[in-house]
Design a protein around this ligand. Structure first.
Ligand code: P6P
Length: 281
């Protein structure tokens, strides 16, 4: 597993350079499986990650948000890791100089939540930071070209941050009541439109709620299970919180029919998730 983490670190250093040196990011002429217009930056980041992963024997296959199908590496009969990743989530935010990120889920032998043995995400912001979750959630920071361990991440039972995703005019009434309840309890709105920095802020501040519900314009939710939601569910779980869907099912227990499946998602401390359960009962 260490060589996988090292490959992710090497990818992150190259992607950080790519972000800082690229000019305005033209859209490529492609669209990904979720119908998102692909930025050249997405495609280039995906290539960087594949290059490093292709050199690791224990990796059998990779699934990228930017590709329709799973890519199986040749001669990997003994490989046991399947890696699902979003190479550059929220990449369009680079145009307005906001933080973005890369998300990785390392699955053993099968792309299902219970086989997710580790997850990693990178935040490209004023600083480049990384969180690794396996049996704990741990924060690292890129300092002089190396990722240094900073501290373990632990969520309190409640926080003060309310990160409210989705098109508000399309929210269901109970979702609107949940969000207003938090604001009436003094929670502060913190939402950039990039799930990596938005979730990172809740983890580092010790608590709060990130919500991306199903809406009329996103009836199955927008965020992807394999590449985004399951990796973050492991991070939050290991930090003492959790990630659940609108039926209060743990995201790690949700079935995967297609590698690009999406779901509603609520991430946070237990205090906030109990409110979600109450308002979505
Ligand atoms: P909305 C970025 O495009 C992304 O996939 C996530 O990073 C982010 O949480 C979400 O979409 C933002 O979506 O509809 O709130 O703009």
């Amino acid at each position: 597993m260490l060589e996988v983490f090292q490959a992710i670190e090497s990818s992150a250093i190259e992607i950080a350079k790519l972000i800082s040196t690229s000019g305005d990011f033209a859209y490529s002429d492609g669209k990904n499986s979720s119908g998102d217009q692909q930025l050249k930056l997405d495609v280039e980041s995906d290539k960087i990650i594949e290059k490093f992963f292709s050199e690791i024997e224990i990796i059998k296959a990779i699934a990228s948000e930017e590709r329709d199908e799973i890519t199986f590496f040749a001669n990997r009969e003994n490989g046991k890791y399947l890696i699902a990743y979003d190479p550059l989530d929220g990449s369009s935010l680079v145009d307005v100089n906001l933080s973005i990120g890369s998300i990785f889920g390392i699955y053993e032998n099968e792309f299902i939540g219970k086989n997710l043995i580790a997850s990693v995400y990178i935040v490209y912001g004023p600083r480049v930071e990384m969180v690794i979750a396996d049996t704990t959630s741990r924060l690292y920071r890129l300092i002089n070209g190396e990722f240094k361990f900073i501290r373990e991440l632990k969520l309190a039972n409640k926080g003060k941050i309310n990160a409210t995703g989705g098109t508000q005019k399309e929210w269901s009434e109970n979702h609107r009541e949940l969000i207003n309840k938090l604001f009436n309890d003094g929670y502060r709105l913190r939402y950039s439109g990039g799930m990596v920095p938005d979730l990172h802020q809740i983890l580092l501040k010790g608590g709060g709620l990130f919500s991306y519900p199903t809406t009329k314009d996103q009836p199955k939710g927008k965020l992807r299970l394999l590449f985004e939601l399951m990796p973050f569910a492991l991070v939050f779980k290991m930090a003492g919180g959790d990630g659940i869907d609108k039926n209060a099912v743990s995201i790690l227990d949700l079935p995967i029919e297609n590698i690009h499946d999406t779901s509603s998602a609520f991430f946070g401390s237990n205090g906030e998730l109990n409110l979600v359960r109450e308002y979505y009962k």
